[in-house]
Design a protein around this ligand. Structure first.
Ligand code: SF4
Length: 109
């Protein structure tokens, strides 16, 4: 199941971690929610493929450790989402549709 592009309407912001917003209820280590707002990554879908880190022209993503998560024990965190230029490369290359980018969401949190 891909990331919900309407997560901002469907979920509450429940916190902040690694410099970005956390959306939705979390139950670490198995349930980690959506991370980021302008550039959003569903950590429960991310399987650490790494294409987004390799392809992003402005280095928005950084690995963070998520030991014990069933999909992968590292995740692509959109740490530098404020640098995003909306090229949509990360959205296109993610093999599991874990990323949604919407400049209209930027700065709302
Ligand atoms: S849309 Fe482009 S600039 Fe923005 S995070 Fe994705 S790859 Fe990086």
């Amino acid at each position: 199941m891909p990331i919900d592009p309407n997560f901002e309407q469907n979920l509450e912001q429940t916190g902040e971690e690694h410099g970005v917003a956390v959306w939705g209820e979390t139950e670490p280590p198995e349930k980690l929610g959506i991370r980021g707002t302008h550039v959003a990554v569903d950590f429960d879908i991310c399987l650490a493929d790494g294409a987004c880190l390799e392809d992003c022209p402005v280095d928005v993503f950084e690995w963070v450790d998520t030991p014990g998560h069933p999909e992968s024990e590292i995740k692509a965190n959109p740490t530098n989402e404020d640098q995003c230029i909306d090229c949509m490369l990360c959205v296109d290359v993610c093999p599991v549709d874990a990323i949604d980018v919407d400049s209209g969401r930027a700065g709302r949190t």
